[in-house]
Design a protein around this ligand. Structure first.
Ligand code: MRU
Length: 349
């Protein structure tokens, strides 16, 4: 099996499985400072909301490790710059900001230069370890809504590659399979970056989960003609009212599920739930390079000079979501109340 993300303390580098090279090449890259880690997040060598958060946390560790600052004040100033750089890497996944907020609190609390570097490493390791535990808890709760024989629709990649270990929605599919359920997964290819065809299918092949990759536009048709028991997706940010930002195409899948009476679940670690954002209208959606649409594998596929619009995420309105599966249980509509209750009962940083 593979490791998506690994801090190698002796070398002081973050080792990432380069997701832009999969599935053809299984290669890692070692990143020694916050600039290289920021670039890797932006270029999607590491991607998926939880993995981005963990990578950014180690970006702060790497910045501290490389710093030659001799006073606490100078080190804090350098770390503030590193934090600002990492914050600018991608805008939609709230885990990035959540993880950096945690690291910034460690910086703010430090009163001793020698203690600050190990404290940052401890916090990054805690964020990493929590992600593993949270993913397992999500899968455990999800088993309540996965029948013994289950046809499941999935969008983008939400597996081990997008997190530290098990994954969220793909982790649910894997756990259902490994717990003896008869699972078949329909995997949206997920244009334009093909996270479904390249990454989710690559993972499912390793886990032995029966599946079929379909083009995004086929989901409604396949649901109607082949049937489905549920759709399960990840998320990059859930607003207080339950509106959910996730990879472009998620909204269309939710509409298809609604029209076919298929339950639609979002897997959301509480680190991806942003109660400070009231609705999906307030979530920043990343626009990416038009070449992601006009070119495939370096070959131009669109008419030369065609106009392009490339939003990387969309907002699925809360009304289309059956349940939001968190590490503390499944929140049901109305989400304004159920999500607030989860936070009130389980305060987290
Ligand atoms: O642009 P990406 O590949 O980072 O987008 C990833 C997604 O949209 C995932 O579904 C989401 O981050 C959840 S990963 C557990």
């Amino acid at each position: 099996m593979f490791k998506s993300i690994e801090w190698r303390d002796e070398e002081g580098v973050l080792r990432l499985l380069d997701q832009t090279r999969l599935p053809e090449d299984v290669v890692t890259v070692d990143l020694a400072d916050e600039h290289a880690i920021c670039a890797a997040i932006r270029e999607m060598k590491v991607r998926g909301a939880p993995a981005i958060g963990v990578a950014a946390a180690y970006g702060m560790v790497a910045a501290a490790r490389r710093s030659g600052a001799e006073t606490l004040l100078d080190l804090k100033a350098e770390l503030a710059e590193a934090e600002a750089l990492l914050r600018g890497s991608r805008p939609t996944a709230v885990n990035l900001f959540w993880a950096l907020d945690r690291m910034a609190r460690v910086v703010a609390a430090a009163s001793d230069i020698d203690a600050l570097k190990p404290a940052l490493l401890t916090e990054a390791r805690a964020i990493e370890a929590e992600d593993i535990a949270v993913n397992r808890a999500i899968s455990r709760h999800a088993m309540k809504v996965v029948p013994q024989k289950a046809t499941i629709f999935h969008h983008c990649n939400t597996g081990s590659l997008a997190t530290v270990d098990l994954g969220t929605a793909l982790g649910v599919i894997r756990t259902a399979h490994e717990s003896g359920r008869e699972v078949f997964a329909y995997v949206d290819e997920t244009r334009p970056r093909l996270q479904g065809a390249k990454l989710s299918a690559w993972e499912l092949l390793q886990y032995g989960v029966p599946h079929a990759v379909i083009v995004d536009g086929a989901a409604a048709h396949v649901m109607r003609t082949k049937g489905a028991d549920l759709a399960v997706v990840g998320c990059d940010r859930v607003a207080a009212n339950g509106d959910t930002a996730n990879k472009i195409g998620t909204y269309s899948l939710a509409l298809a599920a609604k029209d076919n009476d298929v339950p639609f679940y979002v897997c959301a670690p509480t680190s991806t739930i942003d109660l400070a954002t009231s609705s999906g209208d307030d979530i920043a959606i990343e626009d990416r390079d038009e070449r992601e649409i006009t070119h495939m594998g370096g070959v131009e596929v669109a008419a030369a000079g065609a106009g392009v619009y490339n939003p990387a995420f969309d907002i699925t309105p809360a009304r289309l979501i059956t349940g939001i599966i968190t590490e503390y249980g499944i929140a049901e509509p109305p989400f304004q109340q159920s999500l607030a209750r989860i936070f009130a009962d389980n305060a987290r940083g």
